[in-house]
Design a protein around this ligand. Structure first.
Ligand SMILES: Nc1ncnc2c1ncn2[C@@H]1O[C@H](COP(=O)(O)OP(=O)(O)OP(=O)(O)O)[C@@H](O)[C@H]1O
Length: 818
């Protein structure tokens, strides 16, 4: 057998041949490895991939001797012999001195070696693997000047690296030995990886000069305190299964990427706050109990792997989602791969997007309402033609939307009623229960939720707000469109319902004015003011990010101006001349009923021929069928000015017609960018009514509080015009009214009148109407039970008109009239 200690067992010829083949050889075979490669060889890999997987028990104990197949005894009495070394050599390559070919590695596991003196003669070895022996003395290694990698794990070595240091020793595995303490390793300053697992080391020390140490593992020892690691470039630190109680002195480990502190008695993750490059944290089997501990590793932007198994924190409800919510970038948690769905679930659970909250809110109310005995809300029942008309003023607190709503209802009481929300907040001194809000205790509010009463609810500044179906229905039953005001979240819920309100964003654009207004009210805390101001940005963003979400925006910096704008808008809806006041408080005179009729008709004509969309507002007073008979709008010989919507619509149609005739097809981008209204222009039907004998009057039903069967509740009905004042206002605008009355004539030309000779929508109590139809209402405030499927549907032919949705007047869409 050739002497393996020789520099080159091969001739120059062989070497040349090997040199050329080197690149082709499989590195796995471990037959040929040039010395150039050794330097680049990842020491970790060497240890990991080449270390024989020999459990300690399998190692040959002293006394037993190895023999090969031919019966040759290897290293008798634990003394390393040449034959054993020869068999363990591998990786032929250029020597570090560059003067020949040598074996660079030796692997001699499990030979019960106690004496390795012979190894000193193989001075070119760069990698020595001698695990699973009984070695106590490594001093012969001092002769291996070129040693880079040492694996002497599973031996009986009592002292750490107690031999003359090879200049470049980089990787050392001395796990499973008898080392009782760490000594000064200043001499091994090129150490990059040191593994000292399963010894009995009580303290980390002696590493101060190891300025290249990247990997330190001292698990299963007796370490009580993390210390003496300052400023080391450690990337992987394993101090698992020690007696460590707190994480400390790691802040200077700027390169720390992986830390394993499992199997200690650590309660807090504080101490990891500054290790921002952490990718993996393993604190399995510790005493981490509080979810807030996670905050200490939140700053680690690269953290992907976290193990908190066997910590009390696992007992927390929704523990896994809580963690994922706090650190959503994790890919592995508690050794389990994190699924995308979990991350979504975590966000939906702990910080759900407003849309999700709204959907849940909606689902909750739908479910609770289904759990109640089935009810049909006639007046707001959706139908294929038009939804029930609602106007929602939305904006941040203090934007003035409530004032605008109230004022609108005051002035346009013939058209709008105020939808009173419920709230758990305390009434203010100037507020009237049942007018501003229905004030309820939290218990009552919750009970109402469970009773399926709400359409939507929202918690704002610790108080609950909600709109009940009955509030809307109360307004609808009067034949009025409902005006409500709410925060954005309420709108998001409403958008899930079958209601299709128009949404007007009332926005104070000047933050300072807004703040001043909030402060002047003197009812908000500083926190509330700040929250409100912050939420203003949210409204602006919502408006920008979701074009069309709001049908219109009104700047409410100047509330008077805002109301003017609102008023114009509403008058435009209603087709009322903008030059004339409408309220009984500020009546205006209609000089020529024709003008009114014509105005309405013109409005109808324009919009009805507009095919841009289908969403409409309805006013449940006038049969649709009648609304189609109107002619063009002319007033007193002069054309009545059209609404802006109408004008725009006509312009668009004319231009479209011209383009079609001329064969012009707009390019795609133009089609895409054309700023059509987000909401569809509609057919405008009877909004106006003619009184009997040609008298103009309000067509909507003035509710007489004294009238039996009508319970107005605590606060009475939503603002509703007084019928006498309406009637006497031949002056009263409601230019509309003339034609509306006309429209309310039956198909046979007769009025659908009740016993008092009034139009059903004017005097008929909807509840009485329901009773007439055989429905019973337990109390006046209660709505009727569901109509049995077999029950005849009330219709105008029988002279009884179902309140609400079977009669429609349609309002045009909101356009910015500014
Ligand atoms: N049903 C509801 N759903 C959601 N938000 C609502 C609802 N009812 C009222 N809100 C809104 O809750 C917020 C707080 O109501 P509150 O009555 O305390 O407001 P405010 O201080 O009077 O301010 P504002 O003048 O804007 O109404 C307001 O923005 C209000 O519009």
């Amino acid at each position: 057998m050739m002497d393996p200690r020789l520099n080159s067992p091969y001739t120059e010829e062989n070497y040349a041949q090997m040199d050329s083949e080197a690149a082709l050889m499989d590195p796995e075979t471990d037959i040929l490895k040039l010395d150039d490669d050794v330097g680049e060889l990842q020491n970790d890999e060497i240890l990991d991939t080449e270390k024989p997987d020999l459990p300690k028990d399998d190692a040959v104990d002293g006394g037993e001797e190895e023999a090969d197949d031919e019966g040759v005894e290897l290293s008798p009495d634990g003394v390393l012999d040449e034959e054993t070394v020869a068999r363990g050599l591998s990786n032929l390559g250029r020597s570090a001195t560059g003067d020949g070919q040598v074996y660079l590695n030796v692997t001699i596991p499990g030979f019960s070696l106690t004496d390795i003196s012979l190894i000193a003669e193989y001075e070119h070895l760069q990698k020595v693997e001698i695990p699973y022996n009984d070695i106590t003395d490594l001093s012969p290694l001092g002769k291996l000047k070129f040693l880079l990698v040492l694996d002497a794990s599973h031996n009986r070595i009592p002292t750490l690296l107690d031999f003359e240091p090879p200049a470049n020793l980089q990787t050392v595995d001395l796990s499973w030995n008898k080392i009782e303490e760490m000594r000064d390793l200043s001499a091994h300053r090129n150490l990059e990886k040191l593994v000292l697992d399963n010894n009995t080391i009580p303290a980390v020390q002696g590493l101060e000069k190891c300025k290249r140490l990247k990997h330190l593992s001292i698990s299963h020892n007796k370490i009580k305190k993390i210390q003496n690691l300052n400023d080391l470039p450690i990337q992987h630190l394993n101090l698992s299964n020690n007696e460590i109680r707190m994480i400390e002195n790691l802040e200077t480990l700027k390169y720390l990427r992986e830390v394993n502190l499992s199997g200690n008695t650590i309660r807090s993750l504080s101490g990891l706050d500054h290790n921002v490059l952490l990718e993996s944290v393993d604190v399995e089997d510790n005493e981490v109990i509080d979810i807030v501990e996670i905050n200490h590793i939140k700053n680690a932007r690269n953290l992907r792997d976290l193990n908190l198994l066997r910590n009390p924190i696992q007992e927390l409800p929704d523990y896994r989602l809580s963690i994922l919510f706090r650190i959503s970038r994790l890919t592995t948690l508690d050794r389990h791969h994190v699924k995308e769905q979990e991350k979504v679930a975590a966000i939906n659970m702990f910080d759900p997007p407003r849309e999700v909250v709204a959907s849940r809110d909606h689902i909750m109310h739908v479910v609770y309402s289904f759990l109640q005995p089935s009810r049909v809300w006639d007046s707001t029942l959706p139908n294929i033609e038009t939804p029930y008309p609602m106007l929602v003023l939305v904006g941040p607190q203090g934007s003035g939307k409530k004032d605008l709503s109230m004022k609108l209802v005051d002035e346009f009481g013939d058209y709008f009623g105020y939808g009173i929300s419920h709230t758990t907040r305390q009434p203010r001194s100037d507020e009237v229960a049942g007018k501003d809000y229905y004030f309820a205790s939290l218990e009552k509010f919750e009970m109402d939720i469970k009773m399926g009463q709400f359409i939507q609810t929202y918690q704002y500044c610790d108080n609950w707000y909600g709109l009940q179906m009955e509030s809307v229905e109360n307004v609808a039953r009067e034949g009025l469109a409902c005006v409500v005001h709410m925060e954005l979240e309420g709108v998001l819920t409403l958008k899930n319902t079958y209601f299709e309100p128009r949404y007007v964003l009332v926005m104070p654009l000047n933050a300072e004015d807004h703040e001043r207004r909030l402060r002047e009210r003197g009812i908000y805390t500083e926190d509330q003011i700040q929250k409100t101001l912050k939420r203003s940005d949210m409204y602006v963003k919502q408006n920008q990010d979701h074009p069309g979400f709001f049908d219109m925006m009104i700047c409410s910096d100047d509330i008077t101006e805002a109301y003017k704008q609102m008023r114009r808008l509403v008058m435009d809806y209603l087709g009322i001349s903008t030059t004339t006041p409408v309220s009984t408080a500020a009546p205006y005179t209609i000089t020529d009923t024709r003008e009114v009729t014509d105005a309405f008709q013109g409005f109808t004509g324009a919009a009805s021929s507009n095919q841009m969309g289908a969403r409409t507002w309805s006013k449940p007073s006038i049969p649709d069928s009648m609304s189609q008979t109107r002619g063009p709008r002319v007033s007193s010989g002069a054309p009545v000015s059209r609404g802006i919507v109408e004008e725009e619509s006509i312009k668009r149609r004319h231009s479209a017609a011209r383009e079609v005739v001329s064969g012009y097809v707009p390019p795609l981008y133009e089609q895409l960018l054309t700023n059509y209204p987000k909401t569809a222009p509609q057919t405008v039907e009877g909004q106006l009514g003619l009184g009997e004998n040609g008298e103009p009057r309000a067509y909507s039903a003035p509710i007489n509080p004294a009238e039996p069967g009508v319970d107005l509740g605590e606060a009475g009905p939503p603002a509703s015009p007084d019928s006498s004042s309406s009637q006497t206002s031949s002056s009263s605008n409601l230019s509309d009214l003339d034609s509306a009355t006309e429209l309310q004539r039956g198909r046979d030309g007769k009025h659908n009148t009740n016993s008092k000779g009034l139009l059903p929508t004017e005097k008929v109590n909807p509840l009485a109407l329901i009773d007439e139809q055989g429905y019973r209402s337990a109390s006046n405030t209660q709505l009727p039970p569901a109509r049995p499927p077999s029950a005849p549907r009330p219709d105008s032919k029988t002279g009884v008109i179902r309140p609400g949705s079977n009669r429609h007047v349609v309002l045009p869409p909101i356009q910015n009239v500014a």
